[in-house]
Ligand binder design. Structure first.
Ligand code: ADP
Ligand code: MG
Length: 721
């Protein structure tokens, strides 16, 4: 077993430096189960559990999603507002109206507490919400939160959040202050949740030792227990902001310590050197019909020094579509082969695996390299038998030196004779868990992950924070430009005429038709209709149809026919998205483009502009989707994948980029990767500096961090395995 630095029990420490001291008897500890608190009604425990709240600490870190200014309420508005506001008033009338048969509107009219001559009542309306009408009656006082809108002459709020004011002794908890609003659930109202947290924070025998700061003081001055108090019940908005920053920094710090520990662990792990002298690589580079770009050479240099080092490589290769990552991968594999090891090249799909296999055969067979293809659908081996030995000293007779396959290869029992390098292509969903699986192999191979998905920097610091990153930030010269244009579908006629000029000039065309998700039901009939339509439109040019339901071998033939220019146009779903490389294809038409994400469109258009010809990407949008189409202007403006990624992120948020399972990191409870990006940078810098000084966390003052990491590892690996 490798020396796993951060697993198992940390060395014994004195109680003082441990962050988790035992509570003294009779007091509440933050690690205690909520069941042990008798004042929490038993049915509420169940509801709390639905929110994932089981321990005292969970409840204390059930952070408000926002706060309301309830110290003083503003006067009722007389105009609309795009910002939601918080108001308080008395219910003077309620009514229930039916419309369209079964639909109902419930209205509650509110009057200001101290009305004056100019005061207007506020009408709150809820559509088809049965429970609301049961909760609201006249003469109650309500706090509502929402956007006031002018409806006819009335000022209305549709579906406001609301809370009924009851004249209980707890009124000071819920009102006359900046009030926290929590994520709630059925059977657990704002009020109940708020009261519980309030009570918890004010437990007399409170043992908040576990709330000691776990992040260093130079990152977060002050006390964690104060921050926790202030995030729930802040004395002022400034106090809330300060508490928020404290807690976000702490959370990011924990995350970055975990990431830094993974890096540190990888760097002390023993591997083997997998690097030959480079003669084979030189021969390969000489045989190429082009010169490497400076960026490609730089990156090959970085990989080369990793391969030559005795600790395992863990590197991400980042390069926009068409930047030439495949050549870099081949260079890495050749160094490995010359070093006497096998290399595996894994693609996410059958089509891509086949494409890589072809390229590798074409380029490497003349060099005497044996390449094999292993996928679920097909197995093949090529290349000469080892007539002349030399760069294959340790591979057994007949063993392929490079194995191309789909990612399934990873999980197969396929045994490699002596695997030295694994290259994983086009896979931004290839997360920590999968990488961990590779690194667990004995002996540990070097790993190179390649992606064209441009990732905003904050995300690189997290998802790929444990990897070294190489970037190809330069496109090969003599690349034809890609011109992108957004067109309304009513212009299809003109667009077709233009596309035909491309076909007539001998170029080829992709048509992407709108089936966003391959799992979406596509019956053969609809596909056939699409195909017929396009055959007519493009007559007499030859078309082929590609979609997710086409069996793998047939798919392969279709792509091959297109590559050999036997077909002029490929009508396809997004199965084309990654990696397919046909330089003669210079035009792409994307139907219903507004239904795709920007990043996905950028990937798609990366299929063209791969040769010396100027290329054209036309995004056809439907007239009904004006707003959705507007965002596409970004693609007209720039071909830079990073700019597109940032814009896409703005629009959609990182959602699918940061699945927990993928990152293997704990879910964030308070920090926001987008709005708090600057805090992530600070937290990262501190975490990195701790590990620089003490890579194995051996110093006494770092023992609490060691504990922190062991704790976090327990949490994360349970949800990725
Ligand atoms: P990607 O980074 O998207 O995987 P590929 O590796 O498929 O890109 O390369 C795209 C195309 O560019 C291929 O046809 C490849 O042969 C070619 N190519 C790669 N590097 C260069 C270069 N330095 N100069 C010219 N063409 C190149
Ligand atoms: Mg590629």
């Amino acid at each position: 077993m490798n020396s796993a630095t951060f697993s198992g029990e940390p060395p014994a420490t004195d109680a003082e430096s441990s962050p988790f001291p035992k509570p003294s008897p009779g007091s509440v500890s933050i690690w205690q189960s909520l069941e042990e608190l008798s004042w929490i009604p038993r049915p509420k425990l169940l509801a709390l559990r639905r929110l994932g709240i089981e321990r005292v600490e969970d409840l204390l870190t059930h952070f408000p999603r926002r706060h309301e200014e309830r110290t003083e309420f503003p006067n009722f508005p007389r105009e609309e507002s795009d910002v939601p506001i918080c108001l308080c008033g008395e219910v003077i009338k309620t009514s229930l109206r039916r419309f369209g048969g079964w639909k109902k509107i419930f209205e509650a009219t509110l009057q200001e507490s101290n009305p004056n001559a100019l005061s207007e009542p506020l009408v709150c309306r809820w559509f088809n919400l049965h429970y609301v009408q049961k909760m609201i009656v006249t003469s109650q006082r309500l706090v509502v939160f929402g956007k006031p809108r002018l409806r006819g002459k009335r000022i209305c709020m549709d579906h406001p959040e609301f809370e009924v004011i009851e004249n209980d002794e707890e009124i000071s908890i819920h009102f006359r202050r900046i009030t926290p609003i929590y994520p709630a659930t059925e059977g657990l109202s704002q009020r109940v949740l708020r009261s519980m947290i309030y009570r918890l924070l004010n437990e007399p025998s409170w043992n908040d030792a576990g709330l000691e700061g776990l992040a260093p003081r130079n990152l977060v001055p002050g006390e964690r227990r104060n921050a926790i108090r202030a995030i729930h019940f802040p004395a002022s908005w400034e106090a809330r902001d300060a508490a928020h920053e404290y807690l976000v920094l702490t959370e990011f710090f924990t995350m970055q310590m975990l990431i830094a520990s993974r890096r540190a662990e990888a760097s002390v792990r023993q591997g083997e050197k997998h690097c030959g002298a480079g003669a084979l690589l030189d021969r390969f580079l000489k045989s190429l019909p082009f010169e490497l770009t400076a960026a490609q050479s730089k990156v090959i240099g970085e990989i080369r020094s990793d391969l030559g080092a005795s600790h395992p490589m863990n590197r991400l290769l980042h390069g926009d579509v068409g930047s030439g990552k495949t050549v870099v991968a081949i260079a890495a594999m050749l160094l490995t082969v010359e070093g006497g090891y096998q290399a595996a090249f894994m693609a996410p799909t059958q089509i891509l695996a086949e494409q890589h296999y072809d390229v590798l055969r074409r380029w490497l067979e003349p060099l005497g390299i044996r390449v094999a293809l292993r996928t679920a659908a097909r197995e093949e081996e090529s290349g000469p038998l080892p007539l002349f030995a030399g760069h294959e000293k340790s591979s057994a007779r007949g063993e392929p030196q490079i194995i191309v396959g789909t990612h399934a290869l990873l999980y197969d029992k396929v045994s490699f004779a002596n695997l030295g390098l694994v290259v994983i292509d086009e896979q931004h969903k290839f997360g920590v868990a999968q990488r961990a699986r590779l690194s667990a192999r004995e002996p540990t191979p070097d790993v190179l992950v390649m992606t064209a998905t441009p990732i905003p920097r904050t995300l690189t610091m997290t998802i790929y924070g444990d990897l070294d990153v190489s970037t190809i930030d330069e496109m090969p010269r003599n690349r034809g430009k890609i011109v992108t244009a957004v067109r309304d579908e009513s212009k299809l006629g003109e667009v077709l005429m233009f596309l035909r000029t491309q076909l007539e000039a001998g170029r080829q065309l992709y048509v992407i038709y709108p089936l966003i998700d391959e799992s979406e039901k596509l019956d053969a009939k609809a596909a056939a209709a699409e195909y017929e339509l396009w055959r007519e439109r493009l007559h007499p040019f030859r078309c082929d149809l590609l979609h997710g339901r086409v069996p793998p071998l047939e798919k392969q033939e279709i792509v091959e026919r297109f590559r050999r220019c036997e077909t002029n146009a490929l009508i396809s779903t997004t199965v084309l998205e990654v990696g397919v490389d046909v330089p003669n294809a210079t035009a792409m038409l994307i139907e219903n483009a507004e239904r795709f994400g920007l990043a996905q469109l950028h990937q798609l258009r990366g299929r063209i502009g791969r040769g010396e010809h100027k290329s054209y990407c036309i995004l056809l949008t439907s007239a009904q989707a004006k707003e959705a189409s507007a965002k596409l202007a970004v693609l007209e403006r720039t071909n830079d994948g990073f700019e597109v990624a940032e814009a896409d992120w703005e629009l959609r948020g990182p959602g699918d980029l940061l699945g927990t399972a993928q990152s293997g990191l704990p879910a964030l409870k308070i920090g926001n990767l987008k709005t708090d990006a600057h805090l992530m940078r600070r937290a990262r810098a501190v975490a990195v500096s701790i590990f620089e000084r003490d890579p194995r966390l051996e110093l006494p003052e770092n023992q609490r961090f060691r504990r922190l990491i062991v704790e976090q590892q327990g949490k994360t690996f349970s949800n990725v395995s």
